[in-house]
Write a protein that binds this ligand. Structure first.
Ligand code: DGJ
Length: 732
């Protein structure tokens, strides 16, 4: 039983709700039968102290009947509303059209328990993406109501006991007599009774995604947000909070993430009492929702986890959860090793060249050539063609089907690039439907990469794209789509919505994106999808629901990649992190560089991004050997437990290891970007090694005892950069 509800006697807490996961406890109290207050989130607890301590502060309003015993402004709240005694950041703000007021007071009404989980209905198209229920999943539904607006608020807590995850969302229903507007909508609020936590966030930019920063939250408000209509390169919805002393293996840490791909807000506030409020949701700048009488809005889902065993354990909780409950089923027995055409040829591709490329891939044992951008409409450069989804006739004289069939006779799978959400003004689609692009009335549409964004919240657009892809790929034996997205949304204005609903355009857009994913998957069930947004600009849990892997960055320089990959592992499993070996300035002809590129790429599913036709026989032989080596580790990279050891942001070197679930197989990697004249000695501690067991390194043949591995393998840094050492340790 992961959810228990009790009614304590002789306590101001009239109802107590406890959510239990394998290693955590979460407790909610209903104070005086009315106010949902937060009691506890942390390591497993048997009993709860139900004394409710007053936290009186002057200048904080209170209810006359409860005096200084309960102040909305200083209490630990479950889901605070706006404008009624709590001056801190709110989880929900609702504007009542009858009075113009934005004050609400959501009072507890009732509780319900559900076996499994409930879907998240979207206002248009199907349900919002969320985790699948595991066998032991249970959901708590808490109903609250605001007497003046008549709004009903339902809070959902879905407990994944074996994953140590609690997923949360809310539904607001207008049960009053006049329309209201939901102006701020968060999915999760957590009040933590301490103010000294540190925030780990993953900000960046294009080609520098998910760079790790760790700093005290500090007093006041901090917002990690994307206003770009995409989760973005610049911010990422995943955040961690931890004890200032927490390390990878020790100390308290919390993790939060949002199952959503559009604009988001992670808001943190340390208040006058020294507590930290954490909010995760849609925020108040890029979202509002108009609710007529009787209408409801359901938020996307936010997820949280906790561990007192360090930051690494929080990451592993997220990894397991995403692998087990989010990712689509593996489409093939082995993840195909991709050979992508982009950095090889950019737009200069044609059918004949791609057939040769397929043959080249096959020769070295790569599984799947991918024809990237440039194959459709008038797309011979990035100024034209997006939106016109038919193969360019002169590139494929006998059509796409015959071409792909021929390419596959080389003994490979075949993949293709698409960018469904976009349109070039120079396209037949834009010429016939300029109103389908997002653009604000009276303003010149702002281009980015010579393209505009289609209004995916318009069902006609989603239908057009569905039909286009259905026709274009009819009978074409494709195994993979690379779904790209190369600009952000600004301005966000939909031509099919009335003025009072324009705040909905960004959310509706994302619902349309998810719908097209579902339709594409239904039309081509045998093909896997890799998502991409100018590299890693949409690296979020919701994308992972539809795509088996994500292109982590357009930056394929191995040195830069160590930082991006390290940062990406905090919130996301390595199984999704598509890693390619590229040919920077002829680097594949330099054995040291080719080796380093490969060792760096062994952090996720392997691929190559280069002109195989121009590679020397020596480079090709090396790549063949690399692929065989990758296959020996693949099961660990895709499904092993992941441990970070050295932080490249701190020491310039990246080290980590994977462990099989029984700890009898370990893959340890040390990556050194720059030369180190000091020849520093690092001790790489493999905590998962088993005592009393001898491990043989299949690379060198050396043996190590589990005790030795636990104490740490010593590695001396090299005076030369681009230095990598790996150990593949198998129990004897
Ligand atoms: C951006 C992607 O990240 C690249 O890999 C490539 O697909 C280009 N778009 C194509 O336009």
């Amino acid at each position: 039983m992961s959810i228990t509800i009790t009614h304590p006697k002789d306590s101001p807490i009239t109802t107590q709700i406890i959510l239990r996961t394998r290693h955590t406890t979460y407790a909610i109290g209903i104070l005086y039968g009315k106010f949902p207050v937060h009691l506890y989130y942390g390591g497993k607890k048997r009993s709860m102290d139900l004394t409710y301590r007053s936290n009186f502060r002057s200048f904080s309003p209170f209810y006359p009947e409860h005096g200084g015993d309960y102040l909305p402004d200083t209490a630990l709240c479950e889901f605070p509303g706006f404008g009624y005694g709590d001056f801190r950041a709110a989880a929900i703000r609702v504007r009542d059209f009858a009075t113009g007021s934005n004050a609400t007071e959501f009072i507890f009404k009732k509780l319900k328990k559900h076996k499994g989980r409930l879907p998240l209905p979207a206002p248009i198209f199907g349900d919002l993406p969320c985790a699948e229920a595991s066998e032991d999943t249970e959901t708590l539904e808490m109903v609250l109501s605001d007497a003046v607006t008549g709004c009903e608020l339902r809070l959902y807590y879905t407990v994944y006991p074996s994953h140590d995850i609690i997923a949360r969302h809310m539904t607001l229903t207008n049960k009053g007599g006049s329309p209201v507007r939901l102006e701020k909508c968060m999915s999760l609020c957590l009040d933590i009774p301490r103010g000294d936590l540190e925030l780990i966030s993953f900000m960046g930019e294009h080609v520098r995604e998910r760079h790790v920063s760790r700093a005290p939250v500090g007093m006041g408000v901090k917002r990690i947000t994307s206003r770009r209509g995409a989760s973005s390169h610049q911010a990422n919805p995943c955040i961690l909070l931890c004890d200032p002393k927490a390390t990878e293996e020790r100390g308290e840490a919390y993790g939060f993430n949002f199952v959503y791909s559009g604009s988001f807000l992670d808001e943190l506030e340390v208040d006058q009492t020294g507590m930290t409020r954490v909010l995760v949701g849609l925020g108040d700048e890029c979202f509002s929702w108009h609710l007529e009488v009787g209408e409801s809005f359901t938020s996307p889902e936010a997820v949280m986890t906790y561990s007192d065993k360090g930051i690494g354990e929080v990451s592993r909780n997220f990894h397991r959860f995403i692998r087990d409950t989010i990712l689509p089923p593996e489409p093939f027995e082995h993840r195909p090793v991709v050979l992508n055409s982009w950095e090889a040829f950019y737009f200069n591709i044609d059918g004949k060249l791609m057939e040769d490329f397929a043959a080249g891939a096959s020769d070295v044992g790569m599984d799947m050539p991918v024809m990237d951008d440039g194959w459709f409409g008038e797309r011979r450069h990035d100024r034209a063609g997006l939106g016109d989804w038919y193969p360019h006739p002169s590139l494929f004289p006998d059509g796409l089907k015959a071409f792909v069939e021929r390419a596959k006779t080389k003994g490979v799978k075949f993949g293709i690039w698409i960018e469904p959400e976009m349109v070039n003004p120079d396209s037949d689609l834009y010429r016939s439907h300029p109103e389908w692009a997002l653009a604000a009335p009276g303003r010149i549409p702002l281009e980015s990469r010579q393209q505009l964004v289609l209004d995916m919240g318009n069902p006609a657009v989603v239908d057009y794209l569905t039909e286009s892809f259905k026709t274009c790929f009819d009978g074409v034996p494709l195994d993979y789509f690379k779904w790209d997205m190369n600009r952000h949304l600004s301005p966000v204005y939909s031509n099919i919505l009335p003025p009072e609903r324009q705040g909905e355009a960004g959310f509706r857009h994302i619902c349309g994106v998810y719908e097209l994913f579902r339709r594409l998957r239904a039309l081509f069930p045998n093909a896997m999808i890799e998502t991409c947004s100018g590299g890693g600009g949409r690296y979020d849990i919701a994308m992972m629901k539809y795509s088996t892997q994500i292109w982590a960055s357009d930056n394929t320089d191995p040195v830069s990649r160590t930082y991006i990959q390290y940062g990406s592992t905090f919130g996301y499993p390595t199984a999704v992190m598509s890693c390619h070996v590229a040919n920077h300035g002829g680097s594949i002809e330099d054995p040291r560089k080719l080796n380093y590129g490969f060792r760096v790429a062994l952090n996720g599913p392997l691929g190559y991004e280069l002109n195989i036709l121009g590679a020397s026989e020596t480079a090709k032989a090396t790549m063949s050997a690399q692929i065989k080596e990758y296959r020996a580790y693949e099961h660990l990279i895709l499904r092993g437990d992941f441990y970070r050891l050295l932080d490249p942001f701190v020491c310039g070197h990246y080290a980590y290891y994977f462990a099989s679930s029984d700890s009898r197989e370990l893959l340890l990697t040390y990556l050194q970007n720059a030369g180190d004249p000091k020849e520093t000695v690092y001790r790489l501690r493999v905590s998962r090694a088993l005592k009393g067991v001898t491990y043989r390194d299949t690379i060198t043949g050396n043996t190590y005892t589990g005790e030795e591995l636990k104490r740490g393998i010593e590695v001396k840094s090299s005076t030369e950069g681009l230095y990598a050492v790996m150990w593949h340790l198998v129990a004897e």
